[in-house]
Design a protein around this ligand. Sequence first.
Ligand code: ADP
Length: 323
Amino acid sequence: MRRIAVVTSGGDGPGMNPVIRAVVRAADQAGLATVGVRDGFAGLINGAYTHLDARGVSGILHRPGSVLATARSPRFRSTEGRREALKHLDLAEVDGLVVIGGDGSMRGADALSREGTPSVVGVPATIHNDLAGGDFTVGFDTAVNTALESIDRIRDTAAAGERLSFVEVLGRHAGWISLYCGIAGGATYVVTPDAGADVGAIRAAVRRALALGKRYCIVVVAEGEQAGSTYDIANRVCEDLEGVEPRVTALGHVQRGAAPTMRDRFLGSVLGDAAVTALLDGEDRVMLGERCQSVVRTPLSRAWSEHHAPPEGLFDLLDRLAR
Ligand code: ADP
């Protein structure tokens, strides 16, 4: 192995830069050259390569997003698009490719590596924590902390008389962000995409909390397939709650924008380094992850296809601590 390429793909998220930095520096120390691919899989198709070296990745560890930029590429879903990408990888004499991204990117990486020669390894970087093969994905911790900051402010600024807030957080398929925000933010109830919104159960939880003497309740809602649906949920919950006017805040994409937290810088550094080790070990088509502080390698096909759900016990914990 002499030359590797690194690409950031899919939804942008905090913590991609620490991964890039770790990949480049680990490769450098192993005597490998690194090229960066701009704009995700679209850049692979167009051959948008840029030289990267150890000094070139100075000062990026703490920056949000990805210095290589990320993008979505419909063309990469086709064999024709991936063939074009493989052609450019071959021309650039790339022997190993590190794909940093979420579940779609891992699918793309899996498909590419079945059709061509460079070894491909993945590093899970998505705010959703929806990949199997590790406890957490890079970016999840930052996204939760960003949402928590807003939840704390919403609680602090509640005016006299206000008793109920709904906060909509990101999360289309996975309920991780809403559940972790709920537990760490002291929510009364959490709506996850898996379970959906049970209006009666939300109303019962709010009634119970108010009857227990709570002055203020927060319900965290994962946005699900349709952003903004929390307004409708809030109105339906309050139809039958006398004297309670809900306040609704949809946090939206602010959750993607922050500088990575210590945890994400740390995880990104560990997994970026492990990605290069895996390539040097001759691995192909695996995703790196961390489980109980040990690095694990999972076949890409399992990483994107298996459901990664939060432990059931956490829902019970939230419910018990909300009383
Ligand atoms: P994320 O990686 O954050 O989940 P996406 O789901 O948008 O983001 O996927 C990123 C890119 O991965 C897509 O734009 C596409 O190029 C590629 N991709 C997604 N699914 C597939 C697939 N089934 N086959 C090949 N490529 C895919």
